[in-house]
Write a protein that binds this ligand. Structure first.
Ligand SMILES: [Zn+2]
Length: 407
């Protein structure tokens, strides 16, 4: 089972990104260790123009083997692992013929089916897990494996017809910078897929629209013993501002297609206070509506406490990629078609977050996200179902053949 060997090999390379160094790409030098390994393996697989640039992006191309003009399809995965949990000395363990019960990772750590009921569906499958002291790193090394195994298969089966295939491995996805230096022009794909989802059934073509807001409060400080009718406490006003926003729109009360306003940071004193928010919704109009609530609350505070007490700065972050993918339907069409041919029942739900593909789509490379068989990302309970990973390889192989046929 070459997928599992390859996955173990990549998982053992520590590639954790560093949120404290987000102004530099890659944020951690060690991501180059995997990038160099992949560069060499891509060269050995006979890909063309394999490049590793100074920002730790790996690009490679497999030339078309069909006559005429087939579209170029791209596959993208990220090399870094999440900063949330250690990725040092990853020690993966294979569980063959999983019995569907709790998984003992070590003396202190057990993956409980009660907590993760989706494990029940994986009974009888082969799972890869960590030893509980680190994450596994299937997010997104399983994605890299799906792409590399598909390329290895194509090398051994030259009779399989495909158009030009573009490959991109990126750093720093987990700190939101995966697409930052991605060279779309050089990549040259008509459309692409990020291989970075959970279960192989997952196809995501819809993300949140995202904005952030900083709300600032100015107070007036005076000795509290003689403060009557004089002190204006910026900290207190900030607390009431938060109460002016609808409680039902907080993340802890939302799911599915509900958007939210999330207070993710606060600091304050009598003279000055600041609240930091992120705002999310799949529907751009609803996002604008929530921004409107926040602006209205600012006006209300200023009417109560005087002009200049409160101000807000709102910044847009990313947009729902569905707007782009609806205009360029090929990427999603070929994915659904492959799932249909392989009898995989698609799990098609809006992502309650963003993907690198969302940014790439808006910059001109239509790019939905596909699952590769992992679960419980970013922590010690992470696992990868090897049979699903193998299915992800066949999804890639099916897509490239269908695209070459142009049907
Ligand atoms: Zn990922």
């Amino acid at each position: 089972m070459s997928e599992v060997e390859r996955l173990i090999r990549y998982c053992k390379v520590d590639t954790q990104s560093d949120p404290d160094n987000e102004n530099v790409t890659p944020s951690s030098e060690k991501q180059f260790n995997l990038a160099k390994m992949l560069k060499q393996e891509l060269e050995e697989l006979g890909l063309e123009d394999v490049t590793l640039d100074e920002h730790c992006y790996v690009y490679a191309w497999l030339p078309s083997n069909v006559e005429g003009a087939a579209k170029t399809v791209g596959f993208i995965a990220h090399m870094d692992t999440a900063p949330d949990f250690s990725g040092t000395n990853v020690n993966p363990r294979i569980i063959e013929n999983y019995d569907g019960n709790d998984i003992v990772l070590n003396e202190a750590m057990v993956t409980k089916v009660e907590d993760f009921p989706e494990l029940k569906a994986l009974k009888g499958k082969t799972l890869l897990v960590s030893d509980g002291t680190t994450l596994l790193g299937a997010d997104d090394k399983a994605g890299i494996v799906s792409i590399m195994e598909a390329l290895a298969y194509l090398k051994n089966h030259p009779e399989i017809k495909h158009g030009r295939i573009a490959i991109g491995f990126t750093p720093d996805e987990e700190i939101g910078n995966g697409a930052k230096y991605f060279d779309i022009e050089k990549f040259g794909a008509d459309f692409a897929y990020t291989m970075d989802g959970g279960t192989v059934r997952e196809i995501s073509d819809e993300t949140f629209n995202a904005a952030s807001a900083t709300v600032t409060f100015n107070g007036f400080s005076i000795h509290p013993g003689s403060a009557k009718n004089k002190m204006v406490n910026a900290g207190s006003i900030a607390c009431s501002y938060q109460q002016l926003l609808p409680e039902y729109a907080r993340p802890e009360h939302t799911e599915g297609r509900d958007g939210f306003i999330h207070l993710c940071g606060m600091q304050g004193s009598t003279t000055h206070a600041e609240l930091n928010y992120i705002i999310r919704d799949h529907d751009r109009n609803k996002l604008e509506e929530m921004k409107g609530w926040m602006l209205k609350a600012v006006d209300f505070v200023n009417a109560m406490h005087g002009e200049g007490t409160c101000s807000i700065e709102i910044k847009d972050a990313y947009h729902n990629m569905k707007e782009v993918l609806d205009e360029h339907p090929d990427a999603v069409k070929y994915a659904f078609q492959a799932y249909d041919e392989l009898s995989i029942t698609p799990l098609h739900e809006p992502v309650r977050g963003g993907t690198d593909g969302a940014e790439l789509s808006l910059r001109g490379l239509p790019c939905p996200n596909l699952g590769v068989g992992g679960g419980n990302f970013h922590g010690p309970y992470e696992y990868c179902c090897i049979e699903e990973l193998q299915q992800a390889v066949t999804v890639i192989l099916t897509i490239v053949q269908d695209v070459a046929k142009g049907e």
